[in-house]
Write a protein that binds this ligand. Sequence first.
Ligand code: NDP
Ligand code: DGY
Length: 329
Amino acid sequence: GMQIAGRLMKVFLTRRIPQEGMKILSATGVCEVSQWDSDEPAPRAELLKGVQGAHGLLCMLSDKIDAEVLDAAGPNLKVISTFSVGYDHLAMDEIKKRGIRVGYTPDVLTDATAELAVALLLSTARRLPEGVEEVKNGGWSSWKPLWLCGHGLSDSTVGIIGLGRIGMAIAQRLKPFGVKRVLYSGRTAKPYAAEVNGEFVPLDTLLSDSDFIVVSCSLTPQTQGLCDKAFFSKMKKSAIFVNISRGAVVNQEDLYEALKNGQIAAAGLDVTTPEPLPTNHPLLTLKNCVVIPHLGSATYSTRGVMSALAAQNLVNGLQGADMPSELTV
Ligand code: NDP
Ligand code: DGY
């Protein structure tokens, strides 16, 4: 069981989580849960305090888990379970050094995130937010041949940067819109790409040939700032850029210039740096930039399943058992 010498194991949750996960934590009846009981992130000081002496930590992508947090937790800490598939917020080298196991939530959010990526791509390419705005502000004077025209997917070339679980699910969803070619880039060619006739190409080819570019890679030292001035300058002037990975993959000053100068047609961002993006950020002054607040996995059912998986990872990890989804990197 999860008891050490008859004592309950201490678990710290950095946030409220959907009840599916809470049920699992209480059903086991052997861990003592303390929690930052809010829908907002725990302030850093509260995180450092709450984690003290914990055996298990359940965190969110907005919690930076670094040496300071691990030191604050102390030697009890055996398991970190993140309520996310991305793990760029975890200092994995420090975590491994201390022999701490990590759970995460791959697969269960792939469909929801791919669906959101398609919604964002279409909204951006067909200028839906601009259109909604014009209806409200009286800018809609009549039907006009070229008013609010955008770009369609028929006969287009789509480039996916990072054809992983989510990138592949995006490609599968875009194909039926009449996409002609699917290109992808990354470190290695993927055998499963054949399912969407995906062509593994050098990044420069992807940039010059794509009408739509979707970034769905993980944030790593190699992908940080990947989308910069040189990147945007290689894209078609008519191309649409979509990012659902992490904000830091994009150099936002360079993106602003590219959008402002007509170097590219439009951008749709589900992720930014920082999050939230300050309301006075230059990107928000541009009509051809659609920014949404990190909604990729935001369906009720997906968040429920993520909650259950994160809780089960934590419980199993504390018991020294296999986790449903253990991160092994
Ligand atoms: P996967 O690990 O399945 O896919 C990540 C892909 O990134 C891999 O295919 C990998 O390909 C690629 N990649 C890694 N390094 C590079 C590189 N240098 N250049 C190009 N591609 C690279 O993860 P998921 O698909 O499950 O998730 C991907 C990311 O999406 C997460 O890490 C997270 O940051 C983000 N995400 C965002 C969400 C949102 O709400 N907006 C929701 C869920 C996830 P290769 O091996 O060839 O390098
Ligand atoms: C993740 O899981 O990494 C997403 O960004 C949120 O679901």
